[in-house]
Design a protein around this ligand. Structure first.
Ligand code: BGC
Length: 721
């Protein structure tokens, strides 16, 4: 902490210090007809004082350079201390130029791309006056019912950590003019909500927590993330915002994080709703004791922290530490010297949605898409006479996904527009059905079939509405609606040249689609340039290279289903997948294997893996080994491949996962070209939380795998001696 911030702190009254820990909406400081009254308006529950509200430390949720300037100006004009606000916002997958939802970004298996996309978002957001984003969300996820899987990087702790690091680096850079501070969230294990229902109970063992859920947050902390947000859920019976074990013991003491900790929206109050505190005063006490600096949108600190300090229940020294962290962030962001930081309405107009940003968003959407099936249908030839785009997601800009920040549907390229960009007037559209999950309206199918019959090829745009994932958007049924299947079946009766472009923010249970559709290209929710990216992929201007980071189940009944599960005492052999073997860990009615495994994704080319090697068969503590493979492009197209490296710890003092991703590299190969990809095996990589709860590598046998997805087989074994 700098001398400057310490000096500022030394001149602050107790009230002023407490208010630095309060966060309200940025709109609180708007003027004129947008003015909000803090006593009677929407913030009336926050117990704000009319004067002290101008000493609040940070604010959230407003987009637009002019309004940001208005809010900051008004705040400073009325503030006694004149410590500028830090303006925060959820910049989740782009600001004005949107790129695919984060689950899609992780499917790129490309750290540089994730970094570049976050950097673009930071630049656009900083020009709008935003200084902090509530991202990345690094919650590990296993249940596709949960709406927030769209914001995550899927089911793997290593991949999640790599994406977390790259994203933090992209946002924060060297904290220059066009960077913004990142806030990793939601600490901890928010993704483990039972039954995939948002805000629901989380009950994971300490081992499971440390082995699977915590690594990605830790990686963000090690990458220098400036802030961290606690989760809504409980862990071991205690809501995260008041969870001393998580925040104080693990985050602060064990990991040494000294950045700002913020609660989630009104989570202080929810300590009482959870039933672990009696009133707001106790909420304030529990959160402060746990180590939470900023209270987002509830009135516990504003209402009671001063009282708690005066009563000696919380020390002023503790308050000072929190205030200093916030002041320090203000100093680092430069707002103490320049409250308006990088806000610049003119430059924002030039930069946001610029040609370069659109190009990056388009490349992002191309690299994130996953080809799930292709019976020699794709890529379509550009020499076709007529193209039918059919389906409720074919002619709309509403393909951003939730958390669209400043993104606008009318500025977004639909699939029809994208395909017209390549083929012009040969393209016609029919809606075919409605998008709503409960729609049974079949009245549009005939017209769509008529179009399909008279067209050479059909692009069928199916999936979910963009707001069927995201916060509070959970689903108990993750199949496609019957009407979409009927549309597909009827179209196939008149035209077999069909590719499905699938849009969703989650893995869907699409066994039936897999059986009938000749080709499936998963676009996720692709963002502003989604239609162009989709068209480029379908017509071979871009080659699919994404691989899924969350397992696609055959049916929801298999969930939670994830590749890196623990070994059971009665495993079912892979070769028996389709046979019933009673008294093994299996189902009577379906195989254990998923529809599409983690790491799976096709290309228009083929890759051959050969010469798989391990540099030795023993490894002493402190030594390393190298695993390598040759990968050759044996097809016709220049294309990218995400090469994956897994290890299995065969025996430990605790049960170990059947396989764990330990490395990946995305390579690009010309037709006929071959490259060797190597992965170094370090002792650190082999460590896990042993029976004694020590993070250690245990001696013994390890299996090594390199392959194109998580079903690859081991090719070598070594002993750690
Ligand atoms: C969400 C957070 C988000 C916050 C502020 C909450 O409801 O859980 O992820 O950052 O709102 O918008």
């Amino acid at each position: 902490m700098s001398q400057r911030t310490k000096d500022i702190l030394s001149k602050m009254t107790l009230d002023e210090k407490v208010y630095q820990l309060v966060q309200v909406t940025t709109a609180t400081y708007l003027t004129g007809e947008n003015k909000i009254d803090v006593i009677t308006g929407p913030n009336s529950t926050l117990k704000l004082d009319r004067e002290l509200v101008y000493e609040v430390g940070t604010s959230l949720n407003l987009v637009g350079a002019e309004t940001m300037i208005e809010a900051q100006t008004n705040y400073l004009n009325n503030s006694k201390k004149k410590l500028p606000l830090i303006l925060m916002q959820d910049v989740i997958h782009g600001h004005r130029t949107l790129y695919p939802v984060n689950l899609g970004v992780s499917a790129s298996f490309d750290r540089d791309l994730a970094r570049d996309l976050a950097q673009m978002a930071a630049k656009e957001a900083s020009l709008d006056g935003i200084s902090v984003t509530f991202a990345p969300m690094v919650d590990l996820v296993r249940d596709p019912r949960w709406g927030r899987v769209m914001e995550s990087s899927g089911e793997d702790p290593y991949l999640g950590g790599e994406m977390a690091k790259a994203t933090v680096e992209g946002y924060q850079g060297d904290m220059g003019k066009y960077n913004i501070a990142a806030c990793v969230k939601h600490f901890a294990a928010y993704g483990a909500a039972e039954a995939g229902r948002d805000y629901n109970t989380v009950d994971v063992s300490e081992r499971n927590l440390r082995e699977y859920y915590l690594p990605a947050y830790k990686r963000a902390v090690d990458a220098g993330v400036k802030m961290l947000m606690t989760a809504f859920n409980i862990v071991d019976g205690v809501p995260c915002v008041g969870n001393k074990h998580l925040v104080k013991e693990i985050l602060r003491d064990e990991w040494g994080f000294d950045g700002v900790v913020i609660s989630d929206y009104s989570a202080f109050d929810e300590l009482a709703t959870h039933g672990v505190s009696e009133n707001q005063k106790e909420c304030a006490y529990l959160a402060m004791e746990a180590g939470c600096d900023i209270e987002m949108m509830s009135g516990c600190y504003a209402g009671y922290l001063k009282e708690l300090i005066q009563e000696g229940k919380i020390s002023e020294e503790q308050l000072d530490k929190s205030v200093l962290r916030i002041l320090n962030l203000k100093e680092e962001l430069g707002v103490l010297d320049n409250p308006f930081r990088s806000v610049n309405p003119e430059e924002a107009k030039r930069v946001q949605l610029s040609k370069e940003h659109r190009a990056l968003a388009r490349r992002g959407a191309e690299e994130c898409a996953v080809l799930l099936k292709n019976d020699n249908v794709l890529p379509f030839s550009k020499d076709v006479g007529s193209v039918a785009v059919i389906g409720p997601l074919g002619n709309t800009g509403e393909i951003h996904g939730s958390w669209k920040c400043g993104g606008k549907a009318e500025e977004t390229i639909s699939v029809v527009e994208g395909v017209k960009g390549i083929l012009g007037d040969k393209v016609k559209y029919a809606q075919g059905c409605q998008i709503e999950y409960n729609s049974t309206d079949e009245s549009l199918i005939d017209e769509a079939c008529e179009l399909a019959k008279n067209s050479d090829i059909v692009i069928l745009c199916l999936g979910e509405h963009q707001e069927y994932t995201g916060e509070g958007n959970c689903r108990a049924d993750i199949t496609l609606p019957e009407v979409q299947y009927k549309l597909l079946d009827r179209v196939l009766e008149v035209n077999k040249n069909v590719a499905v472009a699938l849009f969703s923010g989650r893995p869907l249970a699409i066994s039936r689609l897999h059986e009938t559709a000749p080709a499936i290209l998963d676009m996720w929710m692709p963002g502003t340039e989604g239609g162009n990216a989709c068209a480029n992929l379908l017509f071979g201007n871009a080659i699919p290279s994404g691989k899924i980071t969350m397992t696609f189940p055959r049916t929801l009944g298999q969930c939670p289903i994830y590749y890196n599960h623990y070994t059971t005492g009665r495993p079912k052999l892979e070769e028996d997948d389709y046979n019933r073997v009673r008294f093994t860990s299996s189902y009577l009615d379906i195989p254990n294997s998923p529809l599409y495994p983690f790491g799976y994704g096709l290309s228009y080319t083929t890759f051959e893996y050969s010469d798989l090697k391990l540099s030795g068969d023993t490894m002493k503590s402190g030594e390393t080994l190298v695993a390598s493979a040759k990968i050759k492009n044996t097809g016709k197209y220049k294309a990218k491949e995400a090469v994956q490296f897994y290890i299995r710890d065969v025996k430990g003092s605790c049960v170990r996962p059947v396989k764990e991703l330990k490395g990946f590299e995305k390579i690009e190969l010309d037709p006929g070209e071959e490259k060797t990809v190597s992965f170094e095996i370090t002792e650190e990589m082999l460590k896990y939380w042993t029976r004694e709860m020590k993070f250690e590598a245990e001696k013994g046998e390890f299996h090594v795998f390199i392959g194109k997805d998580s079903t690859c087989k081991p090719f070598a074994t070594f002993q750690l001696i």
